[in-house]
Design a protein around this ligand. Structure first.
Ligand code: ASP
Ligand code: MG
Length: 452
């Protein structure tokens, strides 16, 4: 069994829903299809909630009717028969009458706010299921609120999903296609809640982990993760294979396509995650799995707007406890450190939030000498399979960077990452130089030497 997730833009237009229908039925694997809300809907619902919170009922009502009008137009194109349209109309009328009913509830609480934002996924999944039925395809709608649960710390309870889903699915063994809502869940009070913005990927990964799916497919409108930032570098290409660790590093360091924590449940159960493109379904996409056979250097990513802090111990050489004191200061101000390098008497770190910079500097000065910090720094992160016995990787990276001043280098913390800190103004040059040296040049060399 597989889990296929489609995001807001993939369901955001009637014709996109039509193409998803084709994708789902052309392939015969049994699958659970996870859908987001139509693009723009979650934002609109949040904004309706804000008007209601501000007691601005007239404004809320106006926004509700605008959104309703959007859905009315949408279903006219989605369905092809009068009967199909009537079904769609009944669905949107039912959900919107619930949304309208919230206008009169006073005071408007967090509970209602969560109920409003859940409507996006409730609408998209019911509309899609009715459309499949119109097309003669029997899909089963599984209400996510029956099996998705978060605990008091807002963490998903995978065990609950495992148990519930296995009992639900065991009664539906003859069914092929299931549809469910991304993003929404219940909380320990039994109320409607959600997995935070963009949470549908997380839903897919949780379901994939829970049923130990063959594969989780995340369908978007780009062809997988790219080896470099396509907005800055011309010749980029989709990466065919990544390990979970590499994908997490890339996601953290700027590849926006996937939130780093979303694939944790899949990783936990060894379920491969494939990123696919709805616009180009036959393309391979990017496969994220335990092991890969691909090249050593797989991708380059960058994280901007960092501040570098340079700290020197005022005490003698060989002093211990210095690092602990340094990190306690960052801990106190809840400021994550992205990169760190050390020498015998100094330590340099980068942080991505300047919110408490002044306080942090003042406290560090009590036991250390500080240089002036550098703002507008960028971490360039080279991700791949750099196991300890491989040689020559750092050489390639540094060769590419020969004309760019480097402030910090971090290598060896994991087998998947080399990080370089440079001034933000050199970022485009660095990404392009690395692309030339680590991908284009390598590939050209390979094709010369492997030619017959
Ligand atoms: N609809 C939700 C959002 O826009 C969840 C998702 O799309 O993943 O945040
Ligand atoms: Mg979305």
């Amino acid at each position: 069994m597989q889990v296929w997730k489609f995001g807001g833009t993939s369901v955001g237009k009637p014709e996109r829903m039509h193409s998803i229908r084709n994708l789902i039925t052309e392939d015969s694997t049994r699958k659970i299809v996870v859908l987001s809300a139509l693009s723009g809907t979650t934002n609109a619902l949040i904004s309706i909630g804000e008007s209601l919170k501000a007691n601005n009922d007239a404004e809320a009502t106006q926004k509700i009717e605008e959104l309703y009008a959007h859905y009315e137009t949408f279903i006219k194109e989605l369905y092809k028969t009068p009967a199909g349209y009537a079904e769609g109309k009944a669905i949107i009328d039912k959900e919107f009458s619930f949304i309208r009913s919230l206008v009169s509830i006073k005071p408007f609480s967090v509970k209602q706010e969560k109920e409003i934002v859940a409507e996006g996924e409730l609408l998209s999944t019911q509309m899609f299921e009715a459309y499949l039925r119109e097309e003669g395809i029997n899909a089963v709608l599984l209400p996510a609120l029956d099996f998705m649960l978060i605990d008091a710390d807002n963490e998903p309870v995978l065990k609950f999903t495992e148990e519930k889903l296995s009992s639900i699915l065991s009664q539906l063994e003859d069914k092929q296609v299931f549809i469910t809502q991304g993003f929404i869940c219940r909380n320990p009070r039994g109320e409607v809640d959600n997995l935070k913005r963009g949470g549908s990927d997380y839903t897919a990964s949780l379901i994939g982990g829970a049923i130990v799916a063959e594969e989780v497919q995340i369908w978007t409108d780009i062809d997988g993760m790219h080896n470099n930032d396509p907005r800055i570098v011309k010749k980029t290409f989709p990466i065919r294979e990544l390990t979970f660790e590499e994908a997490a590093e890339l996601a953290y360091f700027g590849a926006k396509i996937l939130h780093p924590s979303t694939i944790t449940p899949a990783k936990l159960k060894g379920v491969p995650v494939r990123l696919k493109n709805t616009m180009e379904p036959s393309a391979y996409g990017t496969l994220i799995a335990d092991k890969t056979s691909d090249r050593e250097i797989k991708a380059i990513a960058a994280k901007d707007n960092l501040t570098a802090i340079y700290i020197h111990s005022t005490r003698m050489l060989n002093a211990y406890g210095f690092l602990r004191r340094v990190f306690e200061v960052f801990e106190k101000y809840k400021t994550p450190v992205d990169m760190i390098t050390t020498s015998e008497v100094s330590v340099s770190v980068t942080i991505d939030s300047d919110e408490h910079l002044e306080e942090i500097m003042a406290e560090l000065r009590q036991f250390a000498d500080l240089e002036e910090c550098d703002k507008d720094q960028t971490i360039v992160c080279i991700v791949g399979n750099f196991s300890a016995d491989k040689e020559g990787i750092a050489l390639k990276v540094l060769d590419a960077m020969k004309n760019i001043p480097i402030r910090m280098i971090s290598y060896g913390a994991s087998e998947h990452n080399i990080s370089l800190l440079i001034h933000g103004k050199h970022k485009a040059e660095a990404l392009n130089a690395l692309n030339e040296r680590c991908f284009l040049y390598e590939d050209a060399m390979k094709s010369i030497f492997s030619a017959p």
